[in-house]
Design a protein around this ligand. Structure first.
Ligand code: ATP
Ligand code: MG
Length: 283
């Protein structure tokens, strides 16, 4: 049985559970339960504080886990990243009081910086030849400058609204993070096979999220032009319509190219364009 560690409650929990569900793995989870077995996959779930996940996985208490890359890198436990998961994206940034002058990274020389990420920050400062004093604090980092504890902070930012409301401005991005699936360095053959099975499913879910199925109608004479615009998995499926001289084309397009492609298709003469979500996608 594969033991999977997930965050019990927090910013990773909902998206982690959604991914597991979309991988077709279901379980009944009584509220407050710390451990549960999947109904239809040889897996057991452990619900933990996110900070504990890298160590549990490194120690082999759990075989794999879903956690923020920031926590994995900071923790320095011996785990490997099996897959980046594309959700809970955020960055670790240095911020200083708003209105204070900043002439680039040299302005941090000799300063005091408060953070919960002393290792990541320490590496960043070293790489940039900055000598600063790091104050490790475990929470409410953003108030450190206003209470005179530090000149700057290094903390997680997603929209920047927390910085804003604490009178801080972001000056350096130290690290880009997203949720990752980590694995213990030594897995038995049997567990390795289960992990491969899980990774195969995760990939199918991720591909589906990044792609859309597109259907459109077009006069036959513009089919070559439209085929050129549609990248698709291979070539588009082309079906004749009951209306003489017209066809229906089906293909797959990437989410990030979506609007640009739709405009080009319209300009080329496509009509009745339908775009539908894909549930799973295997190349
Ligand atoms: P726990 O109680 O499990 O220790 P926590 O309070 O330490 O939880 P959360 O705030 O739930 O942690 O954040 C978990 C992870 O989610 C972070 O390590 C980071 O990778 C990511 N994260 C944090 N803040 C944001 C944000 N604003 N937007 C997106 N992702 C975020
Ligand atoms: Mg935590």
């Amino acid at each position: 049985m594969l033991r999977i560690a997930l965050q019990k409650s927090g910013r990773l929990s909902d998206a982690s559970l959604k991914l597991i569900k979309e991988c077709g793995i279901s379980f009944t989870n009584g509220t407050g339960k710390l451990k549960t077995v999947a109904d239809n996959f040889p897996a057991e779930f452990l619900f933990l504080r996110d900070d504990d996940i890298p160590r549990y996985v490194a120690d082999g208490v759990a075989d794999v886990g879903i956690v923020g890359e920031n926590v994995v890198v900071e923790d320095r436990s011996a785990v490997t990243i099996a897959q980046k998961l594309g959700f809970s994206k955020c960055r670790l940034s240095i911020a200083i009081p708003r209105g204070e002058s900043y002439q680039g990274i040299e302005s941090l020389q000799g300063r005091h910086i408060a953070t919960s990420y002393p290792n990541i920050l320490g590496d960043f400062l070293k790489k940039n030849n900055i000598k600063a004093t790091i104050h490790e604090i475990s929470g409410s980092v953003e108030i450190a400058p206003s209470i005179g504890l530090a000149d700057a902070i290094c903390d997680i930012v997603s929209t920047g609204s927390t910085l804003m409301s604490n009178g801080l401005q972001e000056v350096e991005v130290v690290f880009h993070s997203q949720a990752v699936l980590i694995q213990t360095p030594t897995l038995s053959n049997e567990k390795q096979k289960l992990l491969q099975k899980l990774l195969f499913r995760i990939e199918a879910v991720q591909n589906a999220r990044n792609n859309k199925y597109i259907l459109l109608n077009a006069p036959n004479e513009v089919i070559p032009k439209i085929t050129e615009i549609l990248p698709g998995m291979k070539s588009p499926t082309i079906l004749p319509l009951a209306m003489e001289g017209w066809s229906s084309l089906h293909s797959v397009i990437q989410e990030d190219q979506f609007w640009e492609i739709i405009e080009q298709l319209k300009a080329a003469g496509a009509e009745g364009i339908l775009v539908v979500p894909i549930e799973k996608m295997i190349y």
